[in-house]
Design a protein around this ligand. Structure first.
Ligand code: NAD
Length: 247
């Protein structure tokens, strides 16, 4: 269903009067780049169970990674790595807002690196990035190619131990420095735009509680638990919103 023009107009007005916008996003910002999210009713990865009957929450957990790294890497390579994906209207629109001096930070739960591909500078990756990898023993750093070079568990060229992605698995804490920066950015924002996230993954979702500014906007295909608190809720495609905004 097409998003009503009055909603787009309201968002344009908010953007016009804002100077410290922060964007808080999730996997839904990248579905229009053909990267599946987790919880969308139709194509979300949570609706697909792997052949052994394991959910993504188990497959992407720290304990499973330690117990069965070969199955972890098989699932991770097939479902989480999309090196050929291109940024979409949302990523480009946010980069434009940053360049115009309106947007101060992008806080993303995504690990796909698509915001940086449009030139966005201040991107806080709460859950890490597929592009950073490191040896679990000697901490030598590796690029994504290391994970993609064959189908086995990747091993360090120096010490021979396992290389892992610098992404936050279930059961793992977030990076405290990134948390601090995210909370600081949200606390200082005059407008918080939340887009393409189910807002059910904690602690990340809880950071939006630190918002003290005047306009909270939620753009999502499905309803979220925070819709009641928002000043403007736009239900629909975030790509469509950014395509139709005055940027
Ligand atoms: P989620 O899957 O829980 O929720 C995505 C939400 O976005 C859903 O509510 C869905 O309705 C909405 N959505 C999907 N496409 C949309 C669109 N085009 N326009 C507007 N809304 C849309 O995602 P989440 O809240 O980010 O969950 C968190 C976890 O998912 C994160 O930890 C993240 O690391 C992981 N993840 C990341 C990627 C990625 O990097 N692209 C992909 C899959 C999962």
């Amino acid at each position: 269903m097409k998003i009503p023009q009055e909603k787009i107009d309201q968002l344009n007005e908010i953007i016009l009067r804002s100077n410290r916008i922060v964007f808080f996003g999730g996997a839904g910002t990248s579905t229009e780049s053909n990267i599946p999210d987790f919880r969308s009713k139709r194509n979300g990865l949570y609706n697909q169970w792997n052949e052994k009957g394991l959910s993504p929450e188990i497959l992407l957990s720290r304990s499973f990674f330690r117990k069965k790294p070969e199955v972890f890497f098989q699932y991770y390579r097939q479902n989480l790595i999309h090196p050929d994906a291109l940024p979409n209207e949302t990523h480009y629109g946010l980069a434009k807002l940053e360049k115009a001096g309106k947007l101060k930070a992008i806080i993303t739960q995504n690990i796909d690196g698509l915001h940086q591909k449009t030139g966005s500078k201040y991107v806080l990756e709460l859950h890490g990035s597929i592009y950073r990898n490191y040896c679990t023993e000697c901490k030598k750093e590796y690029h994504l190619e290391k994970i993609l070079e064959d189908n086995n568990v990747p091993n360090c060229n120096v010490c021979g131990k396992m290389v892992r992605p610098d992404v936050t698995l279930y059961e793992e804490p977030l990076d405290i420095k990134v948390i601090d920066k995210a909370i600081n950015a949200i606390s200082n924002a005059d407008t918080l735009i939340i887009g393409g996230t189910s807002l059910v993954v904690y602690p990340a979702a809880g950071f939006i509680e630190f918002f003290r500014g005047s306009d909270m906007v939620i753009i999502n295909k499905e309803t979220t638990l925070y819709d009641q608190k928002a000043d403007l809720v736009i239900q629909g495609s975030i790509g469509e919103v950014f395509r139709r905004m005055n940027l």
